[in-house]
Structures are given as structure tokens and as C-alpha cells.
Design a binder for this molecule. Structure first.
Ligand code: M6R
Length: 605
């Protein structure tokens, strides 16, 4: 959600801090700031504008320094304002940036106020800055180590002290933090991506670690206070994602990258096999009796599609749960469950907590479907499949979703193979279909002009209803989520059969009704639901396939995909809905890649 960058070097690191923030900005963009240590003073610049504005201010003040920290914020405690922007200062001696949420901030604030500390912001972060200051006696590392012992909640922090040149101290619990190693310089960041172009030598900090970076060395202490070694690895940070190329927005670029992303994800995979998910997968897949999918947002909708594939193809009972619900409810655990977490980032706090909760209940066969190899989820699961969508910058997830679907389809076929639920020729035919997906998606992208025409009409509406059935109900949900998150048009999705059980009351000529109506076994049922809408004057926007009897007429707009794509049809229909949402938001003049109130990775609860 928020982003941290810090550096201790023997050169001017301000450009590195700014570039790091630029790379992280898509994750949180309510405000940003830097604090650097210069000649035994701390200098701070903050703005509620974007990193570009921060950079201008830095240039205007000609700020250069060899030590500093920087932050881009997604507001949790306290509105987005300059006053609440990080870094927080304590008595001009300590500067601190923070990702996460401190749950006991109220109690700590009362104690610190009693010690005479004056609070200038409404943030929980300022509490940590004053706490570190209250414990500081010339050794920042010890002060931070002592301070974090008093924190409850999730945090990744980076701290500098006025009196300690060329030193940055970081600590993490519940939010990621990495150390970057350079020649006579070290860095700290909430994601290796921030350091792309500066270093690819990365050490990942563990839960409870406290670390100190100096130009020529770094050291780490674990949660028990023992000195530990965190191995430095060479990581492949995808920098290509950062370039916009000919596109107007990252979301547009990412929608159009889907054929490539799918091809990369499926590269080298000739046939489904448990080994694709890890060395131990054959043994586990032979043992599991059910599947439990845990995820949030778009990734949850991928899970809903996958559940139908898993039950249809592999005949394995599958449950899909919203991670933030599962983690707090009483459930009946079964050790022979395959727990699948789906996440673009692999850092979503609720999904990570749900995974840990599932494990704590004895469900230890865990699989991550994830787009980030170095993420916590990939590190904490026994099995994994990495989607190769490349960096997804737009807050609205697009290519991550379709590549998750490809991975989940492979999972269903692999389990089908192990469980012997499909004839070999069916598996071969389904694989052929899967490998053809990149081309089929390209054909959907060619429908963009028609979806732009729909978007022009949607941009004048306040509400929209999305309908789908079977495999396409989750696609209706995803279409509605895409539209609401970037166009701010209120959108709801229903299984089309539920229409008459309530939502039909909303249908008037002011309510566009998007219906996902592929040429499958449920088409006639969906057509009846469409007739119910038309009978109430509702305007229909129908996504269908070639050869259906769904025709354009008064009040019925039709976009037709090429021939029906069988079980993989959701992957195609969703692309059309992504384009609809994108062009609606563009027509309305919204900041498509950074929609209001949202952030890319939700690393706080
Ligand atoms: O990184 P994750 O896939 O775990 O993220 C889950 C959701 O936060 C994410 O899909 C969110 O719903 C997107 N903004 C939707 O476009």
C-alpha cells in the first residue's frame, strides 16, 4: 500500500530515493515525502501531490545528501494531507517512515504525551517516531530494536537520526522490507522493485528483524535479539513494466499485454502435470480430498471460476472463501485439503493471514498462485505456480487475473490427471485450447472500438447491473468491480437467475444491464433473463459469441466474440469487460491507474 525507500551511501542518494518512490507510487499515492540527513540536520520535503511534484520541490531546494529515507503513502490513520505525510519527525532528531498499522497507537500516544511529546499529525506513525526518540541515546539500532518490542500490529519502518550520519535502521513485522546491496552503498525498501536499476542484490528481512545499513556493511538482528545472516540473492526485477510505451495508461498497456502474459505463463508447458506446482506436488495431489481457495478482490473471482473448473474437470470438492472472512470465522479444518492462495502481489495482508490461519489449523498442503516470485506467499507455501504477467502497475488488475485463470486451469487439468477423472484425449484437447488462448485474447482486443462506443454511453450513467450465469457469473462480478473501481459508477453483479428475486426492482431505462451471454448450455436461460430486463424498459449490453440468436435491436446492444471458447470462455469475456471499464473511466477523465482511495497492494488489514 505505502512504499518505503532508504539509502546510506558515499554519494548523493536523493535521485535514488525519488526514483524508488516513482516505482512504488502506484501502490499508494495520497502523499509522499523524503527526509535526508545533511550536516547533522534533518531536512524534510513532503507533498500531497505526486512524486513528480516532490521531485520539483527537491530540485528547487537543491537537496543533496548521502543518507535518507522516503515514502509514498496510502492513508489509513489520518486524512491525506501534508501534515499526515511521512516522514514523521520527532524533535528534529529522528525521521521515520512506516508501512502498516500500529494497533496500540492510542495507548502509546497517551504515554508519550505524558513524557512531553507533542503530536502534529493524526497518524499512528508519529507514535513510532516519538517512541524511537524517547529510547534514543546515541545508538539508533538499539533504540529501534527497543521500540518495536512495544508495537502491536503490522509495520515496516525506516529511520534516520540527525546525529548518526550514513546510517539507516529498518525493522519489519507483517509488512515486507528488503535490503539492497551496492558497492559502498546499501539500501532499504519495501519492495526490490524500488531498487531496480540501482541494485539487484537483495536480502529479504524476516518477521521481527531489525536491520542497520551503512555504506560499507549491513547487519540484522532477529526477533529474539540474535545477530543473524540474511542471504543476499540476485533477483530479477522486471523493469520493463515501468515503461508505458505507446499506451496512455498502464491499465491499457496491461490489457493489451495479455496475449504476451498468457504466452509467457504457459511457455514450455506441453501438458498438465502436478510437477508444474512443485517437487512435492505429485505426492500431495494424490492425497488431497478437497480444495480450499483463499483470496481477495479480483483474485477471489479467479478462485470462483477455478472452483467450477476443479469440480467439473477434476471432480474435487472446492470451496472458495474471501480471505478476510475466512481468517476470522470458525471452520472445520481437514488436513487433506489443498489450500490455494491466489494473489497478484503475494503480499495482500488478509490473504497472507488466511494462509497462516489455515496452516495453524493443521492444513499444511498449501499452494500459491502468484505473480511475484519473492513475495511472502510464495515463500510461505509448500507449492507454487508463478504467473508470468510481469509487473502490474495499474491498480485495476487485468493481466494478473487472466494469467491466474490460465494457471488455475492447469491446476484443474493436473488434478484431473492425478485423479483419473478425464480421458487423455480430453486433456489433450483442453491443453490445445489453453495454448491457443493468447491468439483468442488478441481477437477480443480487436473489439475495442465497439466497447469504446458502449463506454461513451456508460459514462453518462450513475449505475449499472452485470449479469452472468455459471462460469460467467464471476466474470460479471469482475466486470462490475472493474467498472466501479476506476469509473466510480455504482455497479453490481448478480447471477442472472437471481434477477427476479430482487434486483429486477432496480431496472429502469436509466439502468444499463450488461449481460455475459456466451454460447453455452445456459444461453437460453440467460435469454429469458434478458427478456425480463427488456420487459421493464432496461437497456441491455450483451456480450455474446458468434452464432447465437442474440441480435442487436432497439434497447439491445450486442458485441460478439468469435466462436464459443468452451470452459475457457471466461478468459475472453472478461477482456471485453476490462476494455469497457477502461474506456468509461477515460471518457470520464479519471486517473485510471491511480483511482481514488485505492492502492495496488493491500498490505494492511
Ligand atoms: O495482490 P492481490 O491479488 O492479492 O490483490 C487482491 C485485491 O486487492 C485486488 O485484486 C483488487 O481487488 C484489485 N484492485 C482489483 O482490480
Amino acid at each position: 500500500m505505502c512504499g518505503i525507500v532508504g539509502a546510506a551511501a558515499k554519494r548523493d542518494i536523493v535521485p535514488v530515493l525519488v526514483e524508488g518512490l516513482r516505482r512504488l507510487e502506484y501502490r499508494g499515492y495520497d502523499s509522499c515525502g523524503v527526509a535526508v540527513q545533511i550536516n547533522n540536520t534533518l531536512q524534510r520535503v513532503r507533498t500531497v501531490s505526486r512524486v513528480a511534484d516532490l521531485d520539483t520541490q527537491i530540485q528547487t531546494h537543491a537537496i543533496h545528501a548521502d543518507t535518507g529515507i522516503a515514502h509514498t503513502r496510502w492513508a489509513t490513520h489520518g486524512a491525506p494531507s501534508t501534515r499526515n505525510a511521512h516522514p514523521m519527525l520527532s524533535r528534529e532528531q529522528i525521521a521515520l517512515v512506516h508501512n502498516g498499522i500500529i494497533e496500540n497507537h492510542d495507548a502509546l500516544r497517551v504515554r508519550l504525551q505524558a513524557l512531553g511529546y507533542v503530536f502534529e499529525s493524526q497518524t499512528d506513525t508519529e507514535v513510532i517516531a516519538h517512541l524511537v526518540h524517547s529510547l534514543y541515546a546515541g545508538d539508533l539500532f538499539s533504540a529501534v530494536a527497543a521500540a518495536v518490542k512495544q508495537l502491536e500490529g503490522a509495520y515496516a519502518i525506516a529511520v534516520v537520526a540527525r546525529d548518526q550520519p550514513q546510517c539507516v535502521v529498518g525493522a519489519r513485522a507483517g509488512s515486507p522490507l528488503v535490503i539492497g546491496v551496492g558497492l559502498h552503498e546499501h539500501f532499504i525498501a519495501s519492495d526490490a522493485l524500488a531498487l531496480a536499476g540501482t541494485t539487484n542484490q537483495i536480502a529479504y528481512l524476516d518477521e521481527g528483524d531489525v536491520a542497520e545499513i551503512l555504506p560499507d556493511q549491513f547487519r540484522v538482528q532477529n526477533a529474539h535479539g540474535d545477530a543473524v545472516v540474511r542471504t543476499v540473492q540476485t533477483v530479477r526485477v522486471d523493469e520493463s513494466g515501468a515503461a508505458l510505451g505507446p499506451y496512455r495508461h498502464y491499465m491499457q498497456k496491461e490489457i493489451f499485454e495479455q496475449p504476451r502474459a498468457l504466452a509467457d505463463t504457459l511457455e514450455g508447458i506441453e501438458s498438465p502435470a502436478p510437477e508444474l506446482f512443485g517437487e512435492q506436488a505429485p505426492a500431495y495431489f494424490a492425497r488431497v480430498k478437497q480444495v480450499l481457495v483463499l483470496a481477495c478482490g479480483t483474485s477471489y473471482y479467479a478462485g470462483l471460476v477455478a472452483a467450477q473448473w476443479l469440480e467439473t474437470l477434476a471432480k474435487i470438492p472446492t470451496r472458495v472463501e474471501i480471505a478476510s472472512e475466512y481468517r476470522y470465522r470458525e471452520s472445520v479444518p481437514d488436513p487433506d485439503t489443498l489450500v490455494v492462495v491466489i494473489s497478484q502481489s503475494g503480499e495482500t495482508a488478509d490473504t497472507l493471514a488466511a494462509l497462516r490461519h489455515a496452516r495453524s489449523l493443521g492444513q499444511t498442503i498449501t499452494l500459491a498462485i502468484c505473480n511475484v516470485a519473492s513475495s511472502a506467499m510464495v515463500r510461505e507455501t509448500q507449492l507454487r505456480f508463478l504467473t508470468r504477467a510481469g509487473a502490474e502497475i495499474g491498480v485495476a488488475s487485468t493481466k494478473a487475473f487472466t494469467t491466474q485463470l490460465a494457471a488455475l486451469f492447469l491446476l484443474a487439468l493436473s488434478l484431473a490427471k492425478v485423479r483419473n477423472t478425464l480421458p487423455e484425449q480430453t486433456i489433450v484437447a483442453q491443453m490445445r485450447h489453453l495454448r491457443h488462448l493468447p491468439r483468442a485474447v488478441s481477437a477480443v482486443l480487436a473489439l475495442e472500438p465497439q466497447l469504446m462506443a458502449w463506454a461513451a454511453r456508460f459514462a453518462t450513467r450513475q449505475h449499472a447491473l452485470f449479469l452472468g450465469r455459471g462460469l460467467h457469473y464471476p466474470i460479471a462480478l469482475e466486470g462490475a468491480l472493474k467498472l466501479k473501481e476506476i469509473s466510480y459508477i455504482h455497479a453490481e453483479a448478480y447471477p442472472a437467475g437471481e434477477l427476479k428475486h430482487g434486483p429486477l426492482a432496480l431496472v429502469t431505462d436509466a439502468m444499463p444491464v450488461v449481460t455475459v451471454a456466451p454460447n453455452d448450455a445456459l444461453l437460453e436461460k440467460v435469454r429469458s433473463n434478458m427478456a425480463e430486463v427488456r420487459a421493464r424498459g432496461g437497456e441491455l449490453y450483451v456480450l455474446t459469441d458468434a452464432h447465437t440468436q442474440v441480435l442487436t435491436e432497439e434497447g439491445v446492444h450486442v458485441v460478439r466474440l468469435a466462436a464459443h471458447y468452451g470452459l475457457l470462455s471466461p478468459v475472453l469475456h472478461v477482456v471485453a469487460l476490462q476494455l469497457l471499464a477502461y474506456h468509461t473511466a477515460v471518457t470520464l477523465g479519471h486517473d485510471v491507474d491511480k483511482p481514488r482511495n485505492l492502492a495496488k497492494s493491500v498490505t494492511v488489514e
